[in-house]
Write a protein that binds this ligand. Structure first.
Ligand SMILES: *[C@@H]1O[C@H](CO)[C@@H](O)[C@H](O)[C@H]1NC(C)=O
Ligand SMILES: *[C@@H]1O[C@H](CO)[C@@H](O)[C@H](O)[C@H]1NC(C)=O
Length: 402
């Protein structure tokens, strides 16, 4: 055997060892464990759908929950939007995955969730620090790895983006936020992709967005088309698919249906807004399968996918079932012990509310009568004033003659 062969045989193990040694250890990516969710927002069928191909049930003013004690009084006097005792935890448990909230500051400057001004406790409602609400969302996302939640912030307090972001930081919620690849994207990722990336919180805000500073606080008008929310009993005339406020505006990649019904308590006068409250008395009709399905069909008739159905009184009616049916999935109806309490409370309330609402309707009539009388008196005043002024002028004229 030639000595060269011997050398080769001797070198071979060395070569192998040398070859196996990583040349540049940094360039070899560590194998990433690929997380594979078995379900997405509760259903395997939704995993391969894009975020914009799924419909989510949303509670409007999710924080404004009527208390169980004195529920009737609170519903009658203040701007609560959700059933007695139907706190955020229960809304999440039942399947609500979108939450509309109004962010205010209270009198001492703390960031609170309120319906109407925090400082006016007569017709409005202060639900406490925003960070408490966000902490509940964070706990839910922590313990439900396959769930995506969407928030709609009404930034009534005009907080700048960094102050708003600090609220999310304080609730340890920031790691979950989703940043889309471009503003007002026409492409959304699949539910599964968002869950795998663990970016499971989509946050829209109505004003003062600045994506150069907080790219996850998304300008709602760039992404979401919604219908008019000024629907009053008895005619929910805007339960349609028309973009609001401008019916001719371009559709965004997501569509939100406002399916809340209000009841007018007093017509606005002298530059004041109308005073209205969520219509508790008609909630079972408003949130019925038929009513929600009919509203959804105003969009599907135009080939528009609905992504959010927003309701008051989320514990009443069949919002979850209606949204599930539209998504092509279904879940068993949940029976919880607190339901009995809610139903008893709402039975009590509905009989009282029936009377209250009747008198409210009369009040509205009386109020328009008052406005009429007011206008009449003002007109009379002007006419009288002009008469006096005229008489005075004439007298003065005569005076000069004399
Ligand atoms: C504002 O909220 C804080 C808690 O967030 C509370 O301690 C304070 O009393 C509130 N101020 C008013 C005027 O209600
Ligand atoms: C409903 O009314 C009955 C009788 O007026 C009362 O005993 C009961 O405590 C009320 N239930 C609730 C939940 O308010």
């Amino acid at each position: 055997m030639p000595p060269l062969g011997h050398i080769c045989v001797l070198l071979l193990p060395l070569l192998i060892i040398f070859h196996l040694r990583p040349v540049n250890p940094v360039s070899i990516p560590a194998p990433r464990p690929y997380y594979q969710p078995s379900t997405c927002n509760g259903f395997a069928e939704l995993c391969h759908k894009r975020y914009d191909e799924v419909c989510f049930a949303v509670t409007h003013n999710a924080f404004a929950v009527a208390p169980l004690v004195d529920a009737t009084a609170t519903i009658m006097k203040s701007g609560v939007n959700q059933d007695p005792g139907y706190i955020l935890d229960y809304q999440l448990e039942d399947g609500y995955r979108g939450f509309k909230v109004a962010v205010w500051r209270n009198k001492t400057g703390e960031v609170h969730l309120c319906h109407g001004k925090c400082e006016n406790s007569f017709i409005f409602y202060d639900a406490g620090p925003f960070v408490n609400f966000l902490t509940t969302i964070r706990r839910f996302l922590d313990s439900n790895r396959n769930e995506i939640v969407t928030l709609f912030l009404e930034n009534v307090a005009n907080l700048d983006v960094n102050t708003m972001a600090s609220q999310f930081d304080a609730a340890h919620l920031t790691p979950y936020v989703y940043v889309p690849p471009d503003e007002g994207p026409i492409r959304w990722y699949t539910m599964q992709d968002m869950i795998v990336a663990n970016t499971r919180l989509v946050v829209f805000m109505d004003r003062h967005c600045d994506i150069t500073q907080q790219p996850w606080l998304l300008r709602q008008s760039m992404y979401v088309t919604q219908n008019n929310y000024r629907n009053y009993f008895p005619e929910p005339q805007f339960f349609n698919c028309e973009p609001y406020p401008n019916p001719r505006s371009d559709r965004r990649s997501l569509t939100l249906l406002n399916h809340q019904l209000n009841i007018l308590i007093a017509e606005g006068s002298n530059g004041m807004d109308d005073v209205y409250k969520p219509d508790y008395y008609d909630r079972l009709t408003t949130n019925s399968l038929d009513s929600i399905a009919a509203h959804i069909s105003t969009c599907t008739n135009k080939n528009v996918q609905v992504n959010f159905v927003s309701v008051d009184w989320g514990a009443s009616g069949q919002t979850i079932a209606a949204v599930d049916a539209y998504n092509g999935v279904s879940r068993p109806v949940k029976v919880r012990s607190y339901d009995a309490v809610i139903h008893e409370a709402s039975r009590n309330i509905s009989s009282i509310m029936e009377r209250a609402m009747r008198s409210a309707h009369r009040y509205v009539e009386k109020d328009s009568l008052m406005i009429g009388i007011d206008t009449l008196l003002k007109t009379l005043g002007v006419v009288l004033g002009m008469g006096v002024w005229g008489a005075f002028t004439i007298l003065m004229a005569f005076g000069r003659w004399w």
